[in-house]
Design a protein around this ligand. Structure first.
Ligand SMILES: [Mg+2]
Length: 344
């Protein structure tokens, strides 16, 4: 039996804007949708209370929520944050299938077989995303992708839902059929016309009747209504890396105060390399300055290493070189990472 987690970030673009611009917190925020023809790319939960939804024309959103704040989409920024979140996923398992910038399936069968509780993995993942990214995610856990995805959506936002194998029918049966994969608006309408509104009703519908409606799709539909799905998580190829980052409440502006932080990060990175039996060839320093631009600087070593001192001194050199060209600086986030991983 597999152990699958589906993670879906809550109002991803809008939440990033609210995180990056404190003045937007608690306010209805629409990303995109400005201009006469613009379409809302994302709406904060405050905006959703007014009925604003993503993909809605901006003019409609503005009518529903005149006090809302429209901000332009910054896709580069969202991609950057997404990469950081996916790095958190990949620390847990390399079986990560990204569905979009803010959504992924994780196959954690390995860690569960190794004795970790699925619930605990999901909880920690949420906490990690919350603490390191300042964002909330909804997490669904089950033994297959179909159920994990329905579970993450069940208690959004900030949800954490596990559907154990003996609870599948209890979980699925009351849900509207529209929630099931493969049931679009037209199929749903036909099913409604036949008096079938919930997944439970669908599950109990005779195959013959469904075949009359959906032809050879019918048996798949019945299987899904029973919560059966055996699609594997298709891991997207990832450049593997291990990193450790710290975001500060207050900007740092001296090398002296940053050095102990990157030393500690180097120690943690080295420990994780040792835990996984890996050595790394490249050391990367990541810096986000007060103006929120993020940059990375890397050095390739002449050999693979898991030595904390070498990782630290390499990162220190990168930091010193970076700072040298600046008369003054502010650092909001700093991180040490390694890549070019190889088995020991
Ligand atoms: Mg999402």
């Amino acid at each position: 039996m597999r152990s699958i987690i589906h993670v879906d970030m809550d109002a991803f673009y809008a939440s990033i804007e609210q995180r990056d611009q404190p003045a937007l917190r608690g306010r209805p925020v629409m990303v995109g949708g400005g201009g006469p023809r613009g379409v809302v790319a994302a709406a904060s939960y405050e905006a959703r209370q007014y009925g604003v939804r993503s993909a809605m024309p901006g003019v409609v959103a503005r009518r529903l929520c005149p006090q809302g704040v429209f901000v332009s989409a910054r896709f580069e920024r969202y991609r950057e944050v997404s990469a950081e979140i996916f790095a958190i996923f990949r620390e847990l398992t390399d079986q990560v299938e990204g569905l979009s910038l803010d959504e992924a399936f994780l196959d954690v069968t390995g860690p569960v077989r190794a004795g970790r509780e699925l619930d605990e993995i999901g909880r920690r993942l949420k906490r990690e995303i919350g603490q390191t990214m300042g964002l909330t995610a909804s997490v669904g856990m089950a033994h297959n992708k179909l159920l994990a995805k329905l579970a993450s959506d069940y208690d959004k936002p900030d949800g954490l839902v596990h559907v154990p194998i003996d609870q599948v029918q209890r979980f699925l049966d009351p849900l509207p059929i529209r929630r099931l994969w493969g049931i679009g608006p037209r199929s749903a309408e036909r099913l409604h016309d036949a008096g079938i509104h919930t997944i439970g009703q669908l599950r109990r519908t005779p195959l013959q009747l469904l075949t009359e409606m959906f032809g050879n799709q019918a048996s798949d539909l019945l299987k899904r209504a029973a919560g059966v799905d055996d699609h594997p998580v298709k891991a997207s190829r990832a450049r593997r890396s291990i990193s450790q980052e710290t975001t500060f409440d207050r900007d740092h502006n001296s090398i002296e105060t940053l050095l102990p932080i990157i030393r500690e990060q180097a120690v943690k990175v080295a420990k994780r390399l040792k835990d996984k039996g890996l050595k790394a060839r490249t050391v990367t320093l990541k810096i986000r300055s007060g103006g929120f631009s993020t940059l990375t600087r890397s050095t390739s070593l002449d050999r693979h290493t898991q030595d904390e001192e070498l990782i630290f001194t390499t990162a220190r050199e990168l930091l010193v070189n970076w700072a040298e060209w600046r008369s003054g600086f502010t650092v909001r986030l700093i991180g040490v990472g390694v890549s070019g991983l190889d088995q020991q």
